[in-house]
Design a protein around this ligand. Structure first.
Ligand SMILES: Nc1nc2c(c(=O)[nH]1)N(C=O)[C@@H](CNc1ccc(C(=O)N[C@@H](CCC(=O)O)C(=O)O)cc1)CN2
Ligand SMILES: Nc1ncnc2c1ncn2[C@@H]1O[C@H](COP(=O)(O)OP(=O)(O)OP(=O)(O)O)[C@@H](O)[C@H]1O
Length: 200
């Protein structure tokens, strides 16, 4: 288990340190992790019979890749991607392949097709959520915009909320706040999908 975070207290300190580690990661490590993540994700989607999944287009060292999104599509799954609309719940649109993306604010790539509205998230059986870290209780540290905390309450009641991080970013305990929505599971390249909370 990782010992990251022993000297970091606030969300700001955690974010700064985790972003630096992602920046310094070797390209070969990133690709190996992406291949492992893809294998684990595809098996899990098959096992659970998941038909529609909310994903994200990775930026700045986030786990995953456009190839992994394409592999999920090839599996016959519908993929929805987030669209930022200010400090509101995220909007959603279908991912239909690399041509369906266009550059957006914050260095993001967003889907260019018809918007489903903020309640589009309710069409998903599982929501894959980008994170800088996830802890054993299911607390997630995101980029600090509060976008997912505002959007996840609109997911379908039985939808599985899955944070996606590198193995060392799955940690014992993160700083938390009352608005933080707890995750049902975490997906990492080496461990695959791990249900949360971890019972010790
Ligand atoms: N790939 C991806 N898509 C996503 C998210 C995400 O975390 N990852 N979001 C998750 O909610 C939403 C967008 N919110 C975001 C908020 C802040 C930053 C961010 O990296 N901010 C940095 C630097 C911005 C820049 O370089 O321009 C910062 O604030 O320092 C990214 C996404 C929806 N789409
Ligand atoms: N449910 C909510 N309703 C309104 N504002 C919220 C909500 N959740 C979070 N916020 C606002 O967003 C700010 C950032 O929250 P937080 O640090 O938890 O973001 P994050 O989960 O890391 O970001 P993101 O989801 O964008 O990756 C909070 O300080 C709060 O003001």
């Amino acid at each position: 288990m990782s010992s990251l975070g022993e000297t970091w207290t606030t969300k700001v300190e955690w974010r700064r340190a985790l972003r630096r580690r992602r920046r310094e990661l070797a390209g070969t490590t990133r690709s190996a992790e992406d291949r492992a993540l893809r294998g684990a994700l595809l098996s899990w989607l098959r096992e659970r019979g998941i038909r529609t999944v909310c994903g994200y287009v990775p930026v700045r060292g986030e786990p995953g890749s456009p190839e992994t999104l394409d592999a999920v599509l090839a599996e016959g799954c519908r993929v929805l991607l987030p669209v930022v609309v200010g400090a509101e719940p995220l909007d959603w649109a279908d991912y239909t392949g690399p041509d369906s993306l266009r550059p957006a604010d914050l260095g993001l790539l967003e889907p260019a097709g018809p918007r489903l509205g903020q309640r589009g998230i309710a069409e998903a059986d599982a929501v894959l959520i980008p994170a800088l870290a996830v802890d054993h209780r299911g607390i997630r540290l995101g980029q600090g915009g509060g976008h997912y905390d505002r959007s996840l309450p609109l997911a379908a009641p039985g939808a599985l909320l899955v944070g996606v991080v590198r193995d060392e970013e799955f940690v014992a305990q993160l700083p938390d706040e009352p608005h933080d929505v707890r995750l049902d599971a975490v997906l990492t390249p080496e461990r695959g999908v791990v249900p949360l909370p971890v019972v010790t």
